[in-house]
Design a protein around this ligand. Structure first.
Ligand code: ATP
Length: 133
């Protein structure tokens, strides 16, 4: 079976590197399914799960946004944060979710709502991906 190399990289270093059969991501413009030989493209990603089909199993990685670069033989995802499902700390994500929800409920004007919204999205995405493993 044909494969495509995928690398997921964060400021802390590489998080995932494998030859795989298919990658599905949520770009800002919508879902993208990428098979070997895909036309070259670059797209911004949502805070979302990346689904990777490899050797009869599916791996899930939570990405905190960033970009995907597709070339016919290689996919690179550059993200501010990324965690493989099995490495997600569920307790930490639940705490982050609670903190963000508290901030969003706060009526004080000093709260940075956009920041809290993004933190909530990251936490919910991590909890979802942790459940997919
Ligand atoms: P927190 O408030 O818990 O730090 P956050 O969304 O602000 O969450 P980020 O700034 O996105 O955290 O990530 C900081 C670093 O911590 C990254 O390396 C990220 O992969 C890691 N990280 C954050 N939350 C988790 C988690 N629940 N499980 C595993 N790693 C995590």
């Amino acid at each position: 079976m044909k494969t495509i190399q995928v690398s997921i990289v964060t400021p802390d270093g590489p998080v995932y590197e494998k030859d795989v059969e298919m990658v599905s991501v949520k770009a800002e413009s919508g879902e993208m399914g990428i098979l070997p030989g895909h036309v070259a493209t670059v797209a911004p990603l949502q805070i979302s799960p990346v689904r990777i089909k490899t050797g009869g199993t599916t791996d899930y990685v939570a990405v905190g946004g960033g970009f995907i670069e597709v070339r016919p033989d290689k996919i690179t995802i550059l993200a501010p944060s990324a965690e493989v499902a099995s490495h997600i700390d569920i307790h930490r994500a639940n705490e982050a979710k609670r903190r963000a929800e508290r901030r969003l409920d706060d009526k004080q004007t000093h709260v940075d709502f956009k920041r809290a919204e993004l933190a909530l999205k990251r936490a919910v995405n991590r909890l979802n991906v942790a459940n997919m493993k």
